[in-house]
Unconditional design. Structure first.
Ligand code: C2G
Length: 709
């Protein structure tokens, strides 16, 4: 029975460590020792390691006190290991429970064997079927591919070969330390074997800003480390043809897949050129014969240390590549024209582009800022970006179709952008450009950097959010609570505008019966009925495709109509992410679908009661001091699995949490009692959330951001 030393190196991965170590201790294959090397973690990792040591006598640990890097940590693990085989695990990853078993069963007399590594960015990815009724050992056909991956994860190495070749990791660098360990194996063994039935899950981490994994440290760091390891190994293996060729091939591969992209950035090209050239001068020119002419020229310039001609070739290369791409679709062509033509036009000092909910509505704070400006700043040129350019708005704003050529023209040349969401990643902010980010709600659900490292739909979310939010010059916080959250959740450190929400001005200006009657009449709502507005948010886990979310009504319309229909009508207002069309057939005189109505503020004004769930709408609605019910039928799941909240919804919100249709009916029928019961909480909530609102936020903000003549 083969004894395996599992070496787990840990550096500040408290968030993942328990899942990792549990997957190791729960391996079907039990004949293991688990050596956890704590590489100077400063988070809660040490405590977790202690717990596992207590619970499982196979666990031991090495505490390095200071951070030395994964290569150093793995080497210390190897020295302490007593197994016949070594198996490495990274502390943010986890194993399928037969991973080690299936490798051990297959290794036979082989010196090492590989399993399969699967990247996972959400929970579903790790729910895979493995048929191991018949495990097959396969020979890798493309040997270079194996080494190009440069990973020791999910491989079983016999201690004998580790000793025989004195296999060790480089200790000087953070990245690419595996090359030193793997190279001797590549030289010695022409065949590499693997078993698909052994699966290791590589976690794709989603916070490269606050907590990057090694590979997320950025291309420049990767280049710096690679050059160190490359030079060192080239020296050590001088004259060994197989080794030198492999090293050169890896250099070329990384140049084309990673390092060349650094060279697009004019501010980085000089220093990166120097590093790259110091490696490239050691490459055997034979090795790049197979590359295309452009690349060959670049490589030659690099190896001759000729920066000037390198710049010429690389700029041409990037230009050629972009042009080729831009011919492949209209979308790409627009972006290219935007970059090469529009961005070079002069900036228009008095032009503003407005956008709300990614072009969906004429609504929210951008609308109210615009309306104030139309009245008071006529010297400006106004542009609205919409998905459909048929909106009805005051003033003489130009409407442009979002992502059209005209849109790009204005995004490139307008000095000001006003938007309540993020702008597309490929838009560039130029010198002099001013971005007023209004945001679109007071947060209840945790945002960006306050969100746990959960599996999310898009593993690049935090990274992208970070890049996009660096462009914001002003951000509106409508209350002290939001202001604090935005600083941490967005890592926002520019100008916070603390004057209330422009979108809530109307709740102070138009909260009168004239406006309400006019609005109800316009929307065909009977004047003799009271109005309940139901405005829920979206659910992260219920969607058809990214951006298109599902929603089904979770109440009994029959019952509601029967009990409340004489006195009330219900307005349904779905979140702008919801793609479903609600079926309200048979309830036409009781239920009104207002999901496509431009601005929810009008719906607030005409309603007597709000029913919502975890949507930020209740913060705004509380400005009206009217009753709010929280229909939170999926509270546990939403709060604990999907998001997490900033406030304790059970004790702090200004209304009752109801979970069934009957409870809704009961609360509505006794709304005066509910109001009385929640009076104190409502007052406290109002003080916390609405104290900056005054009905003239738009004016205050415009005066701070836009110079008058
Ligand atoms: N909204 C709406 N109708 C709904 C839900 C929301 O018109 N049924 C509008 C409201 O203006 C609301 C905004 O969209 O304030 C944001 O909606 P949320 O439900 O709060 O959800 P989300 O878009 O995820 O934004 O910091 C706030 C958060 O980012 C929430």
């Amino acid at each position: 029975d083969k004894f395996v030393s599992v070496i787990v190196t840990v550096y500040n991965t408290a968030e993942f460590l328990e899942e990792c170590l549990t997957s190791v201790t729960n391996q079907i294959y039990q004949n293991v020792e688990i050596i956890v090397v704590n590489d100077g973690s400063t988070d809660g990792s040490a405590e977790i390691i202690e717990q596992f040591k207590k619970a499982d006598s196979r666990c031991q640990s090495i505490d390095l006190h200071e951070n030395h890097g994964v290569g150093f940590a793995r080497n210390r693990g190897i020295e302490q290991a007593t197994g016949e085989y070594i198996y490495f695990v990274d502390s943010d990853d986890f194993l399928e429970h037969r991973a080690v078993e299936n490798l051990v069963q297959s290794i036979g007399e082989l010196p090492f064997i590989l399993g399969r590594n699967k990247r996972v960015s959400n929970k579903e990815d790790s729910l895979i079927e493995i048929d191991d009724s018949e495990i097959r050992v396969r020979r890798h056909k493309k040997l270079f591919k194996v080494f190009q991956n440069l990973t020791v994860l999910n491989s079983l190495f016999s201690m004998e070969i580790i000793r025989e070749h004195s296999l060790r990791f480089s200790e000087e660098t953070d990245c690419y330390s595996e090359m030193a360990f793997l190279l001797p194996l590549y030289i010695e063994y022409k065949n590499v074997y693997y078993v698909r039935e052994s699966v290791y899950f590589l976690r794709v981490r989603n916070d490269p800003i606050s907590n990057p994994s090694l590979t997320q440290l950025g291309r420049e760091k990767l280049l710096t480390d690679f050059v160190v390891v490359y030079k060192q190994l080239k020296e050590q293996y001088k004259g060994n043809n197989t080794a030198e060729i492999l090293l050169d091939k890896i250099l070329l591969h990384l140049y084309r897949s990673k390092f060349i992209l650094i060279m697009r950035d004019a501010t980085k090209i000089n220093s990166s050129f120097e590093q790259l050239a110091s490696a490239m001068e050691r490459i055997d020119p034979e090795q790049y014969k197979g590359q295309n002419m452009l690349v060959r020229r670049e490589l030659k310039a690099l190896s001759k240390q000729n920066l000037k001609s390198y710049k010429r070739y690389i700029n041409f290369h990037h230009f050629a590549r972009e042009t080729k791409q831009s011919l492949s679709s209209k979308k790409k062509m627009y972006r290219q024209i935007y970059k090469d033509v529009f961005l070079k036009r002069p900036l228009k000092e008095k032009t503003i582009v407005f956008e709300s909910f990614l072009g969906k509505n004429y609504a929210d704070s951008p609308r109210y800022i615009y309306e104030y400006m139309v009245e008071n700043y006529p010297e400006y040129e106004f542009v609205w970006s919409f998905n459909e350019t048929n909106h009805d708005l005051p003033g003489n704003a130009k409407q442009v179709k979002r992502l059209s050529l005209t849109y790009y023209y204005y995004m490139a040349t307008a000095k000001y952008w006003v938007s309540n969401m993020r702008q597309p990643l490929h838009l560039q902010k130029r010198e002099g450009n001013v971005f007023l980010q209004t945001w679109h709600g007071t947060p209840l659900k945790k945002l960006v950097f306050d969100m746990n490292e959960v599996y999310s739909a898009n593993p690049k979310y935090k990274q992208q959010f970070y890049e996009q939010s660096r462009l914001w010059d002003y951000l509106i916080a409508s209350n002290p609570y939001s202001s604090d959250i935005f600083k941490s959740a967005f890592k926002f450190d520019k100008v916070m505008l603390e004057d209330g929400y422009p979108r809530n001005d109307t709740l102070y200006i138009n909260n009168n019966s004239d406006y309400i009657t006019k609005m109800k009449t316009k929307l065909n709502i009977p004047l003799d009925k009271k109005v309940i507005l139901y405005a829920p948010t979206w659910r992260d886990d219920e969607f058809y495709e990214p951006g298109k979310y599902r929603f089904n009504l979770k109440f009994d319309l029959n019952k509601l109509k029967e009990k409340l229909g004489d006195e009330y009508v219900i307005l349904l207002r779905m979140h702008y992410f919801i793609a479903d069309d609600l079926n309200i057939e048979g309830y036409e005189d009781f239920v009104y679908n207002m999901s496509t109505y431009e601005d929810i503020a009008d719906l607030y004004l005409i309603s007597d009661i709000l029913i919502t769930d975890y949507s930020s709408v209740f913060f705004d609605y509380s400005n009206l001091r009217r009753p709010i019910l929280f229909y939170t039928y999926d509270l546990e799941k939403y709060r604990d699995q999907l998001r997490g909240f900033y406030i304790d919804i059970e004790s702090e919100v200004p209304g009752p949490l109801v979970k069934t249709t009957d409870e809704i009916i009961e609360a509505v029928l006794n709304i005066d009692v509910v109001t009385e019961d929640y009076k104190e909480k409502y007052d406290a909530f109002y003080d916390k959330i609405c104290s900056w609102e005054s009905g003239n936020a738009s004016e205050k903000i415009v005066k701070k951001v836009f110079p008058k003549q």
